[in-house]
Design a protein around this ligand. Structure first.
Ligand SMILES: Nc1ncnc2c1ncn2[C@@H]1O[C@H](COP(=O)(O)OP(=O)(O)OP(=O)(O)O)[C@@H](O)[C@H]1O
Ligand SMILES: [Mg+2]
Length: 265
């Protein structure tokens, strides 16, 4: 990674994987997002920080198609994906986890990941495989993902019996089942115990070698450890962006995070 003007470049001259142009979202009279523009490069981990209600989750909802923006455009690999349905955006390589963990509580770890992989292999262009071939491939792929996230010892366990940290890891595994190029993580360490936080940090670090990641995170130590660049939202507006070091020196950011440790080295 090289650094220019406080903004860390993941790969020189290698267009943006995700680009937002002037994205806005209003709920009635409430402006949740107000003209957000930025790009995420290949191999980048972008941190999104900001106080409660700043618009962070709404930004994810608009990027992934769960909510239509009121204005602006969203591009993935140069293609305009603004307002497309979430399943189509997901097929194009975007995957996410939720602030309130989304798992299937009655399913085992293996079944939860298997079903995501299966949904991808059911697509028409995979139908020329025999059913047995397809099921074998789906199982192998699910196992590979479970090993990648380190849940192989627990793959027969029911999801709701897992620790909260493991449930967060399972949700990431489920998000990986659609082979994303861009992964959006909404507070993946919230409510997770310290030992398991390290597991999630290590996982995010490893995954970033394969895909770009946007991370909504309140813990500044985690942001400083993981993120190449940071965008700070407040009342739906970007108030600062750049490397963690640059952002942490911004006066408005310091005012918002007064009393919290924000050390970037
Ligand atoms: N579906 C909705 N209808 C109406 N208002 C909404 C809706 N979703 C979000 N909002 C409002 O939009 C603003 C941004 O909410 P959002 O959930 O994006 O904030 P956030 O930055 O993710 O906050 P937090 O850190 O608490 O998760 C808030 O004022 C919220 O009340
Ligand atoms: Mg949120």
């Amino acid at each position: 990674m090289s650094q220019a003007g406080g903004y860390v470049k993941a790969m020189a001259d290698d267009g943006y994987l995700l680009e937002l142009k002037n994205v806005s979202k209003s709920f009635g009279g409430l402006v949740a997002l107000d003209g957000i523009s930025y790009g995420v490069q290949k191999g980048e981990i972008l941190g999104i920080i900001g106080p409660n209600g700043a618009g962070k989750t709404t930004l994810f909802n608009v990027i992934t198609g769960e909510q239509k923006p009121t204005g602006g455009r969203v591009y993935l690999k140069g293609e305009d994906i603004t307002g497309l349905p979430p399943d189509i955006i997901c097929q194009k390589g975007m995957s996410r986890t939720f602030q309130l963990t989304f798992i299937f509580p009655e399913m085992t770890v293996f079944e939860s990941v298997w079903i995501g992989v299966y949904s991808r292999f059911r697509r028409p262009w995979n139908l020329f495989f025999s059913r047995a071939d397809r099921l074998g491939t789906v199982a192998e792929k699910a196992l590979h993902i479970i090993r990648t996230v380190g849940l192989e010892q627990k793959m027969r366990e029911i999801a709701s019996n897992l620790s909260y940290g493991d449930q967060k890891v399972l949700e990431i595994a489920m998000a990986l089942s659609t082979d994303p190029v861009m992964l959006l993580l909404d507070e993946p360490t919230q409510g997770v115990g310290p030992g398991e936080v390290d597991t999630i940090i290590n996982l995010v670090e490893r995954l970033s070698k394969e895909m770009s990641i946007i991370l909504i995170e309140h813990d500044m130590d985690i942001v400083a450890r993981l993120c190449h660049n940071v965008t700070v939202l407040s009342f739906g507006k970007t108030i600062a962006r750049g490397s963690c070091e640059v952002v942490s020196q911004n006066e408005e950011v310091q005012r918002i995070y007064l009393g919290e440790k924000m050390v970037c080295s």
